[in-house]
Design a protein around this ligand. Structure first.
Ligand code: S3P
Length: 438
């Protein structure tokens, strides 16, 4: 399998089985947060297991543009020289957030609290279509000066004295929650965020580790104004969202036995495991441990026949980036599967309801989109194969690759290079796993 080049198409041939022991890259959400929070700490933050990808490299570039020194001691080890809570300086040029929603939303929270200057944020074509009103609105309520372009990028922020608010998230979004909490570090009094459903809590965990006063109760997180933060060391566990395509591949390809080591198993991230378990998948967790203050462990996946299931709104935030893979698993499951309460998928790197349904239909699956999810009628046999247009969305490209492994005739993935947004070595790893089984 050749290395992907710009906008390359790649063909993924059917696998006889998926076997091996592998580790996946460091968690993208935690890697973004370590660099961003490290940049406003006092002193050095040493990050190991950093998940290097196009998205997290955009974060390194963004904080460097604001005057922060980041030393790269190899691919996975960084030292971020924090400039203190109010040490970010406005660059002359707009800050390019590329494809990274987490970067733009979280950075905006930190910039709102800086003591002066104007920060402009922009992104690529996909990020420029995504909603930014959801962060501008609470930041403005805290006293920040934020201008969007009709609710989207480019975004302009001027640091102002902030005050705490009580904010009820209109959508279950960890990015919006994190933006408000980070601005809350700078806000007089207390900032309280209520979330309709539990979303990933990496920001809360890392802020606590950095010495911020963060209180967590069911459905409510609050943060008090901070004087100084210090992280010291951050060890980043493997990314569950990068492990997920391999979990699904090994589940679907008969005769597989795959071990994934050092994976983040924060329960706010692993909703797919509960869904797959309901469907009959055989995934065992062993060597449970803590990596960088996050629950982690090793996974053993053996192939298994699946039955259809329904996923509702409570499970959506804890499986949000894995829902396209749920649809793929559902294509192989006996009976009908449904997803409800997932309209947020339309606001991701692509409209992931449409992109997922179109990808599956192109492979011969019976699937249809609904306003807030999809319905898939599965057939417990190999998919025919065909071609999948990733629409420049890394999660859809990975869905196409896994479909190829589990197909009868292979799948061509168009615009495959976009996997580099979260998992640059993905196709090489897929090729290695197929080789090992041969
Ligand atoms: C992320 C939160 C999720 C997820 C995204 C990463 C984060 O977005 O889809 O890939 O790091 O906080 P929302 O919280 O906006 O749903």
């Amino acid at each position: 399998m050749p290395a992907p080049t710009a906008a390359a198409s790649l063909r993924v041939e059917p696998a006889t089985r998926i076997v091996g022991h592998v580790a996946v890259p460091g968690d993208k959400s935690i890697s973004h947060r370590a660099v961003l929070i490290g940049s406003v700490c006092d002193g050095e933050t040493r990050i190991t297991g950093f998940g290097r990808s196009a998205d997290t490299e955009a974060t390194i570039r963004a904080v460097r543009a604001c005057g922060i020194v980041v030393d790269e001691d190899g691919r996975e080890t960084l030292r971020v020289h924090g400039a203190g809570l109010r040490g970010l300086r406005p660059p002359a040029e707009p800050i390019d957030c590329a494809n990274a929603g987490t970067l733009v939303r979280l950075l905006a929270g930190l910039l709102a609290g800086q003591s002066g200057g104007t920060f402009d944020l922009r992104g690529d074509d996909s990020l420029s279509l995504r909603p930014m009103g959801r962060i501008a609105e609470p930041l403005a309520r805290m006293g920040a000066e934020v201008e969007t372009t009709d609710g989207r990028l480019p975004l302009r922020i001027r640091g102002r004295p902030l005050h705490g608010i009580e904010y009820e998230l209109p959508v279950a979004s960890a990015q919006v929650k994190s933006c408000v909490l980070l601005a809350g570090l700078y806000a007089a009094g207390e900032t309280v965020v209520r979330e309709p459903q539990p979303t990933r809590d990496h920001t809360e965990l890392m802020l606590q580790a950095a010495g911020a006063r963060v209180a967590v109760r069911p459905g409510v997180v609050s943060v008090a104004a901070a004087e100084r933060l210090a992280l010291g060391e951050v060890a980043v566990p493997g990314d569950f969202s990068s492990a997920a395509p391999l979990v699904v591949a090994a589940t679907l390809v008969p005769g597989s036995e795959l071990h994934l080591h050092g994976v983040n198993l924060n329960p706010r991230r692993t909703g797919l495991l509960a869904i797959l378990e309901r469907m009959g998948a055989k995934v065992t967790v062993y060597n449970r441990r803590s990596i960088g203050g996050e629950p982690a462990g090793d996974l053993e996946i053996r192939s298994a026949p699946l039955v259809g299931t329904t996923v509702g709104s409570r499970e959506v935030p804890v499986a949000i980036d894995e829902l396209p893979l749920f649809a793929l698993a559902a294509s192989f499951a006996r009976g009908e599967s449904r997803l409800r309460g997932a309209a947020e998928l339309r606001a991701k790197e692509s409209d992931r309801i449409e992109a997922t349904v179109d990808a599956l239909r192109a492979l011969g699956v019976r699937a249809r989109g609904t306003s807030d999810g999809f319905v898939v009628t599965g057939v417990p046999s190999r998919l025919r194969g065909g071609h999948v247009d990733s629409r420049g969305d890394h999660r859809i490209a990975m869905l196409g690759a896994v479909a190829g492994l589990a197909s009868g005739e292979g799948v061509r993935v168009d615009d495959a290079d976009c996997v580099g947004v979260s998992f640059p070595g993905f196709f090489d790893l897929v090729a290695a796993l197929r080789r090992e089984a041969a």
